[in-house]
Ligand binder design. Sequence first.
Ligand code: S5P
Length: 487
Amino acid sequence: MAMSNYTDSALTLEELVCKVYDVGGVKFGNYKLKSGIFSPVYLDLRVIVSYPDLMTNVAEFLWEAAKKEGKSFTCVCGVPYTALPLATCIAAKHDLPMLIRRKEAKEYGTKKVIEGKFCAGDVCLVVEDVVTSGSSVMETVDALRAEGLVVNDAVVLLDREQGGQDMLYHEKINLHSVCTMTEVLEILRMLGKLDAETVSRVRDFIKENKFSIPQLIKETHGDAHHLQLKTQVMSYSERITHCSHPLTRKLLSIMDKKKTNLCLSADLTSSQAILSIVDKVGGNVCMVKTHVDIVEDFSQDFVQKLVQLSEKHDFMIFEDRKFGDIGHTVQQQYKGGMYKIADWADIVTTHVVPGSGVVRGLKEVGLSRQRGCVLVAEMSSTGTLAKGDYSKAAVRIAHENKDFVIGFICQSNLTKDPDLIHMTPGVRLDVSGDALGQQYISPSSAIRDLHTDIIIVGRGILTADNPVAMAEQYQESGYHAYQELLT
Ligand code: S5P
């Protein structure tokens, strides 16, 4: 795993995890839990309070994780008790008013549950040490919301990856974590503090002890009627209110307004042919994806006309360049050469094979031009190597660069983070593949079963007898599957 540097913190993430481990905050063995089951890992992060240096470092990591997406908060509240000192450190260092939630309301005097000064509408960040099911975070969220505070975000030191993030997402809370159990295991293994067998035992335990959403809702709310699983999917318009990236917001608002989650992959070799089909189906799509390096008569005039069409029909332009070199090289490829991609493409794709430097390189060029990029986290082709740890690393890189990364090319739902859009190619109504390893699924299966956000369709439309009617069919099919998810 790459060494992560958090600029304002004195420690790297690896050093932080190592310190937490060294002071006994994470233990490996065989521990009986409250529920009676035995766990190969035990977390006791209360111990952190005995190490003031570590405590302030943990607080700083929490703050940076919460702020990474550029969010702002008017107050902070720790989940009692372990997170109280952590919230205090954040409040003191960043001059942010703090609130305290009482576990039980006072029997006398004011009977307040939330102590501290606040107004309805104040935006509160909830801080917690560990999230397992999400239920203790929700107790604090519910108490704050009951007082009229706005709570959309919670930050934890460690996500045990047992379903808490899904649960909180379901309750309209974005969970930010400094690290996940998988990352802790990777770091400790890398530092030689854990053997491979322990790592795999813990991984298996986590996998086998994941909570389902209905279980989590029961644990959080108790009441049987809450077991009715509410929709896990936000509508496009609802999601806009939960995301901060301007391009994500713009894309979702186009999808909402035009009732489409279809991206046309305009893989044609003549600029005239591309402009002609795009003008015809522009009303049916939210994005048009190009491969400009296959256009035989490419010119800047062509891309200018494409930009005009994007304004006429209100779609975003997505150049599927799939960068894959060191940061310095991709910068030249992005802004220079004959294509000058950064001048006209709202979004570009990149592989993450080179590591996060490729994204940082592109970002230096694209950020000031309000551009975004999409990481190829998984591929549709037979035998793809973009899977498992590679895909997980792509998700991590996305989270670390959310000012520029707006989503993934993928074949599954990789994160519940509303800012990150899932875009899935290999979508077709009528065939199961091609002679070169492309594999297809249907639009409804992509949206409904894979929980992807956008279907990318090329030949399914381009080679149809009536491409316009076919684009309408894909639009309808994809949008209908989205509506089904909402109901
Ligand atoms: O995994 C992938 C990633 C991409 S971006 N599989 C893909 O097929 N693509 C692209 O999506 C591919 O380069 C092509 O432009 C489009 C799929 O085209 P179709 O004709 O098979 O629908």
